[in-house]
Design a protein around this ligand. Structure first.
Ligand code: SF4
Ligand code: SF4
Length: 244
């Protein structure tokens, strides 16, 4: 899932500007799992807006805000109420904000969540889950025991530890308050293979495989019907709350 967290109250207020009447669309998928979207996110946001005397014209869950088609159908469904709103708040990751912007609502789109990265869904406190992926292009996870070095290493070393690593033992040379993540990577991963991978990434072999998927794309009418159905996501919202 894509991990999101709330922005500061100051930033949310700043982004709202003079908007008095707002509409809320909330993602029933990833943000719902993070308790920043879905019905929980709407509930939290409404409470905050009430304290600032902002009026919520309408609020609704959207199956997945990251789909432009679903977002478009959800906006279409609520267009009358939307026309009475000063701003649209989207409770989702950056993809959902982009989808809403692509739909050209005619009113400002407001983000109240920050996108922290991609990580598995788990209730466990795990190094693997904590080191959320921030999408660096060429991934090295299978050589690092599932730990993202770019997220965890302050020097942003991806193919091996920094040059100060051996002297400083288990503590990080850049930030002595934390342990060096490369100690864990050394144990769980495969550093020699990672070095060889670096060469591959730098060489021409790093060009992406481009399969021909043109014939697999669904026709736009089907996409539109699927978007209409998916714009009514109350079942998904409840289901995700249940498994979370
Ligand atoms: S190395 Fe880390 S940031 Fe890069 S793609 Fe893999 S998990 Fe994401
Ligand atoms: S000591 Fe380890 S964690 Fe710290 S910057 Fe160097 S490689 Fe990264």
């Amino acid at each position: 899932m894509v991990k999101t967290d709330w922005k500061s109250e100051e930033e949310i207020r700043y982004s709202l500007g003079n908007a008095e009447k707002v509409a809320i669309l909330s993602c029933a998928a990833c943000a719902n799992l993070c308790d920043t979207g879905g019905s929980v996110g709407i509930h939290i946001l409404k409470k905050l807006l009430k304290g600032w005397n902002k009026k919520v014209v309408f609020s609704s869950c959207v199956t997945a805000c990251c789909s432009e088609e679903i977002m478009r159908q959800a906006l279409k469904r609520h267009r009358r109420k939307l026309s009475r709103s000063d701003a649209l708040i989207v409770l989702s990751c950056a993809s959902g904000i982009k989808s809403a912007c692509m739909c050209e609502t005619g009113i400002p789109v407001i983000a109240v969540l920050d996108t922290l990265g991609i990580t598995p869904i788990t209730n466990r406190d795990s190094k693997l889950a904590r080191s959320a992926c921030t999408t660096c292009d060429h991934c090295v996870l299978i050589y690092t025991g599932g730990i993202c070095p770019l997220t965890e290493c302050p020097a942003k070393k991806k193919y091996g530890p920094c040059k100060d690593y051996p002297e400083h033992g288990a503590r990080c040379a850049v930030n002595p308050d934390i342990d060096c993540v490369w100690k864990d990577i050394e144990k769980a991963g495969d550093l020699p293979a990672l070095k060889r991978l670096e060469q591959l990434h730098k060489a021409e072999g790093a060009a992406r495989f481009r399969p021909d998927i043109v014939g697999w794309k669904s026709p736009s009418l089907l996409r539109s019907v699927a978007g209409k159905i998916a714009a009514r996501p109350w079942i998904l919202d409840k289901f995700i709350r249940f498994i979370n």
